[in-house]
Design a protein. Sequence first.
Length: 399
Amino acid sequence: MKLARRLDSIKPSPTLALNAKAKALAAAGEDVVGFAAGEPDFDTPDHIKQAAIQALAEGFTKYTATAGTPELRAAICDKLKKDNGLTYAPEQVVVSNGAKQCLYNFFQAVLDEGDEVIIFNPAWVSYPDMVALAAGRPVLVPTREEDGWVPDPGRFERAITPRTRAVVFNSPSNPTGGVLSAEALGALVRVLERHPVLLVVTDDIYEKLLYTGRPFVQVLNIAPHLADRTLVVNGLSKAFAMTGWRLGYAAGPKPLIAAMNMIQDQSTSNASSIGQRAAVAALRGPMDTVDLMAREFLARRDLFVAGLQALPGVRVRPPEGAFYVFPNVQGLLGRRHRGKALQGSVHISQVLLDDYRLAAVPGEPFGGEGYLRLSFAASRATIEKGLARLRDFVGGLTG
Ligand SMILES: Cc1ncc(COP(=O)(O)O)c(C=O)c1O
């Protein structure tokens, strides 16, 4: 079938494809250790589910305003004030079907054909493709493991051209687990101050999963004067184990939010009314489950990192946030598995799934060739089991 040309510039999400293959194997009765998930393995806390049940019982099942109910937008404004020290009015907030839709709407709203968006690599796979779908050009600026994946301000500035429209910050980062400190943000802000037309997107979705011992900071905490060109994106998926509910939100300057709202008006309209009620309960309710989850993730991270560090040829920097370890497996490349030299992260992921029943996402599609992304949204027992399989894999390599 003839499809639109703009689809030529994008590809299916490699993480979803790998997950699908791992799930199919598991469904066929295979004992697969899954480290590919991009979602918490915890259940949505009960008080949040109860709010949804109540919404249903009350018949709260109709369209809402496209941007979300006034009640939810007020709860989001309160959250942004309380947690992040940011002041927004409800008309500066739009609720979408996941943070993903907020980002999609943003790129659709601001990019003309050929406009460039700077993305620090390795990066979440969806950013470049969303930019491409909006006819923009993703400009991938590499970051380095030895710098803690913190972007180099000089490199950032050299990537800016007259076509650059926006830059994406994602801290804690998927896939690296890197975190932008106040100091690192300060250096990036100095570049932004020299380029006043650049818009900033700060994707704060992993805000609550932070292991630095320091409070979460984002660009507007360092540079409040950038508020008129910054979009804050966040959501319920990761902090409240609500990936399936599809609830995210964005806050920003009024004209930008109005434009994003208009795009959403003509595409999906509002996020689910029931989910919005649940989101109010999440944002206004007790945070103990969020804290418990974050503590458990930290314990798992330490277990995973210790096990990986003991593997010859593997190097790992403890992630400072999110729930992914991003080990460097360059020391394994060229070594032989069943006589065949390992060629790259995609090859390693294939071998791990096919021969060790372990689902690991290759770093290559994230712009991190020579790395794997292993999610610790898996129980400690699963992590132990996976580490044993990884030991078998590395121990069995020759050459
Ligand atoms: C960096 C990042 N941003 C945004 C999202 C989207 O989250 P959601 O659409 O579930 O809110 C994800 C999900 O994997 C992510 O990793």
